[in-house]
Ligand binder design. Structure first.
Ligand SMILES: [Zn+2]
Length: 207
């Protein structure tokens, strides 16, 4: 089949030759043009994840090579579509935790502190190991305002300690009596997802 632009070249993509496909894409013509802009739902979800990991708008924009207003406007729902190029650039960002002062949801931190306490790690030791000032965690969780820095540090300590028995029987029994869940409860659920349901099976009896 010949190119739809009747340029004598063979059609290779959606009825166009390579060069005219690029042109149609750029000018937003037909099916080629439609490929240029995509539904932003997946991108918005990824931006939310990045924000939860402490990424600033500036950092997202810089890393993706787009203006910082792009991720912000996408999240505010101002754009029904996003360019495929921007979408791919944002989706390509590895959501590694950034130790910033951005406020993130406290639920993951609270669950980790609870689960660690249940294993016998008192908050004081978690703070110490996380390199946080004493009372930082208690104060943050009390106010339900956790910075990405605190969240990332606690997640790191959790990865190190959650499978180990801590030194404090008192911390463990206090945590148990206030209904804190063991780390295993979060093994198959996203501990950072406020809507995630923990697994509450057999270990309840053996506590
Ligand atoms: Zn052509």
């Amino acid at each position: 089949m010949k190119c739809a632009a009747r340029c004598d070249r063979e059609a290779t993509t959606l009825g166009w030759c390579g060069r005219h496909y690029s042109k149609a894409w750029r000018l937003g013509i037909g099916a080629a043009g439609a490929q240029r802009r995509v539904d932003p739902a997946e991108v918005i979800a990824h931006i939310h994840l990045l924000r939860e990991r402490g990424w600033s708008w500036q950092a997202i924009g810089d890393t993706a090579g787009v203006a910082m207003s792009v991720p912000h406007q996408l999240v505010s729902g101002k754009h029904p579509k996003v360019s495929r190029v921007s979408a791919q650039a944002i989706l390509a960002i590895d959501p590694v935790p950034v130790e910033s002062g951005i406020l993130v949801h406290h639920v993951g931190t609270r669950r980790r502190v609870d689960a660690l306490a249940r294993m016998g790690w008192p908050v004081r030791l978690i703070e110490e190991r996380a390199g946080l000032q004493p009372r930082t965690l208690v104060a943050a969780l009390y106010r339900e305002r956790v910075t990405a820095l605190v969240s990332a540090r606690v997640a790191k300590v959790y990865a190190e300690l959650s499978s180990l028995q801590g030194p404090s029987r008192l911390a463990a029994s206090l945590a148990c009596s206030r209904g804190a869940l063991v780390p295993m409860a979060w093994e198959y659920a996203d501990i950072d997802d406020p809507k995630a349901k923990p697994f509450q099976g057999f270990y309840r009896e053996s506590a």
